[in-house]
Ligand binder design. Structure first.
Ligand code: ZN
Ligand code: ZN
Length: 127
């Protein structure tokens, strides 16, 4: 947890985000929705308060994979950035879009049953 200002953004730089508050519960998710949305077999996330997250440049393009959930990505470069659930004051930010990738270590995997069988063989194990 950190109360520093965390910054991040997409690959092309059109969308920049800024988090003015604690980043908590860094974790992996292996669910199909995360996987296909981000184009990665597992996605590392970190949680923030919605009121602490602002877009310092640009704004994500929103995709709704299910009613009440909005996933934001950059319309130009495609980077996966964040997800908001309707009615929740917690949003999740894709850990890999943060400028300081080392500040938060993911612990635990959501939907571990969805991890591809070859990941442990690649040296990637469920902590
Ligand atoms: Zn971009
Ligand atoms: Zn997921």
């Amino acid at each position: 947890m950190s109360s520093e200002v965390a910054t991040g953004g997409c690959l092309c730089g059109d969308v920049r985000l800024e988090i003015n508050g604690p980043l908590t519960d860094a974790h992996w998710c292996a669910c199909r929705r995360c996987r296909q949305w981000a184009g990665s077999p597992v996605v590392a996330w970190v949680d923030v308060r919605t009121s602490d997250l602002r877009f310092a440049a640009g704004e994500p393009t929103w995709f709704e994979p299910a009613p009440g959930q909005r996933r934001g990505h950059c319309a130009r470069c495609g980077s996966a950035l964040c997800v908001f659930d309707e009615g929740s004051d917690i949003a999740s930010v894709v850990l890999a879009c943060l400028d300081d990738l080392d500040a938060h270590q993911p612990e635990g995997v959501s939907f571990p049953e969805s991890l591809p069988r070859w990941l442990p063989a690649a040296g990637f194990t469920d902590p």
